[in-house]
Design a protein around this ligand. Structure first.
Ligand SMILES: *[C@@H]1O[C@H](CO)[C@@H](O)[C@H](O)[C@H]1NC(C)=O
Ligand SMILES: *[C@@H]1O[C@H](CO)[C@@H](O)[C@H](O)[C@H]1NC(C)=O
Ligand SMILES: *[C@@H]1O[C@H](CO)[C@@H](O)[C@H](O)[C@H]1NC(C)=O
Ligand SMILES: *[C@@H]1O[C@H](CO)[C@@H](O)[C@H](O)[C@H]1NC(C)=O
Ligand SMILES: *[C@@H]1O[C@H](CO)[C@@H](O)[C@H](O)[C@H]1NC(C)=O
Length: 456
């Protein structure tokens, strides 16, 4: 294979030598006398143009050194679903064309010509990650100096494939590669080099990218290596383009509203459990959150499961949990005030034991003694239980006044029931506070976990 190439090139060399001997003698020097008076004579360049099909070296054993650099001027789009990055860059290539040479003094001091690229040999440098048709405009020019140093810049819209990891969205950084290499020239024929320091490429690109778009350029890094295909080796230069998403939009539109709703949801635990507004309030929050998720869905990446989706799911489950808790407490209170079941002994002692030494229930004052007045003891802050508790015996009292015979026994039973109701109400409040603390604990843990994950 390799031999075949070399053989072919030797053949080309002979052909060129033949052409040369036929043409302008043994040098490649362009005769440019008279250019300053009559303008450029195309005929003087014609022999050089005729050789554009061949690599411009005299000795084909020597590889052509092509030095490249580029300036990244925009990051247009990063598509997570297609795993593609669209950027815009200026590719600069410099190589030596040994078929061109002239004496600037003969040409009236002209040391540089611009020549239409269709008349010149161009290195076939391509980007391996390129996944689109090359829309490089035609009719570009290249600068050639009197030593044959050819400088060619071309603008490119690069749609490159890039392994995008959106787990940390919207705080993600991506590392896209642009691998420059030659299509057909092996290391024996073409050597790639850098025209500028990679730091300089990075600096100019950072200065040039003025757009305050979604992506900021962190830096460009470079690695040079050889790619082996079958038995041939190809020179390649790999550039790593490190970019970071600007998260402000997402923080404002996604994270903040969602956090606010969860905070309000947590604060709504301070609504008195007896009031009937807690459940509708939380229901409304939940509904609002769902609407929010629906509306914000198109801001999220289309593929994969970023951490932010888990965060949303977490917020939603926190809200559902808090709603369930409120339903449970409401049910418990309802049960307590209408038909309190007999209280298990252990629960009774736990309640009596639990209230006085421990500061478990902020809504329940510590003085809540083991007396009959338990109901009254924790009611001052809450007005409705008084009504609720008061309402239950109301009809009975009316009944009582009607028949004064068995008042004593009835009153005793009534007092017992009151006591039981008080205990159950107290139990409900304890449960409420306890579950609220669990909820807060769970919320804090999960939020901290998410934040820690985001920071790594
Ligand atoms: C260059 O061309 C001019 C005519 O255009 C001719 O007089 C001159 O001798 C040529 N010089 C060389 C070095 O061939
Ligand atoms: C071509 O280059 C090779 C390697 O540098 C060298 O060995 C050889 O002598 C050169 N041939 C000519 C004709 O200059
Ligand atoms: C390319 O760069 C190398 C150093 O990296 C330098 O020796 C060589 O002259 C450069 N070639 C051109 C055509 O600028
Ligand atoms: C990008 O990825 C390459 C290889 O995967 C690695 O060598 C390089 O350090 C990475 N660059 C950055 C800035 O993360
Ligand atoms: C690039 O910029 C940094 C600071 O932003 C500077 O320290 C460094 O010297 C610059 N490098 C080049 C090659 O211009």
């Amino acid at each position: 294979m390799e031999r075949g190439w070399l053989h072919g090139e030797r053949f080309l060399l002979c052909l060129i030598l033949h052409l040369l001997l036929q043409g302008r003698g043994d040098t490649f020097t362009i005769n440019c006398s008279g250019f300053e008076q009559h303008g450029v004579d195309p005929a003087a360049f014609q022999p050089m143009f005729d050789r554009k099909a061949f690599r411009p070296v005299v000795n084909y054993s020597i590889p052509t050194q092509v030095n490249i650099s580029f300036t990244l001027s925009a990051i247009l789009e990063v598509n997570e679903q297609l795993q593609m990055m669209t950027s815009f860059l200026w590719l600069n290539m410099i190589w030596h064309n040994q078929f061109i040479r002239w004496n600037p003094e003969e040409c009236g001091g002209i040391s540089e010509f611009s020549i239409a690229t269709e008349n010149l040999w161009l290195p076939d440098i391509f980007i391996q990650e390129f996944m689109d048709i090359d829309e490089t405009p035609t009719g570009l020019m290249a600068y050639v100096n009197s030593e044959g140093r050819t400088k060619y810049d071309k603008p490119m819209q690069v749609v490159s494939i890039c392994n995008l990891d959106i787990f940390y969205f919207p705080f993600d950084e991506q590392n896209c590669t642009l691998t420059f290499s030659s299509f057909i020239y092996t290391v024996e024929n073409m050597a790639l080099g850098l025209e500028k320091e990679v730091q300089e490429i990075s600096n100019t690109s950072q200065n040039l990218i003025q757009s305050k778009g979604e992506w900021a350029l962190l830096g460009i890094y470079q690695k040079q290596m050889k790619m082996t295909v079958d038995t041939s080796q190809y020179d390649q230069i790999i550039f790593y383009v490190a970019i970071r998403r600007r998260p402000t939009l997402y923080v404002i539109n996604l994270l903040m509203p969602s956090s606010f709703l969860v905070v309000i949801d947590a604060l709504s635990f301070y609504l008195p459990a007896e009031s009937q507004i807690r459940v509708p309030f939380k229901m409304t929050l939940l509904l609002g959150y769902n609407v929010f998720l629906l509306m914000m869905n198109d801001l999220l990446p289309d593929t994969g499961t970023p951490l932010i989706s888990m965060y949303f799911a977490l917020c939603l489950s926190l809200m559902v949990l808090s709603l369930l808790e409120t339903i449970f407490i409401t049910y418990l209170l309802h049960l307590a005030t209408t038909q309190p079941p007999p209280m298990p002994r252990w629960l009774h002692s736990l309640l009596l034991h639990g209230t006085s030494p421990m500061k478990c229930c902020p809504t329940v004052p510590q003085k809540g003694t083991k007396d009959l007045d338990l109901t009254h003891a924790h009611l001052p802050g809450l007005k409705e239980p008084v009504e609720l508790v008061g309402k239950v015996p109301d009809p009975q009292e009316a009944e009582l006044s009607g028949c004064p015979g068995s008042t004593r026994a009835q009153q005793e039973g009534e007092a017992q029931k009151q006591h039981l109701v008080g205990l159950w109400v107290q139990f409900s409040h304890m449960m409420d506070t306890l579950l609220f603390r669990f909820y807060l604990l769970f919320m804090a843990t999960s939020v901290i976990t998410v934040i820690v994950l985001w920071n790594t």
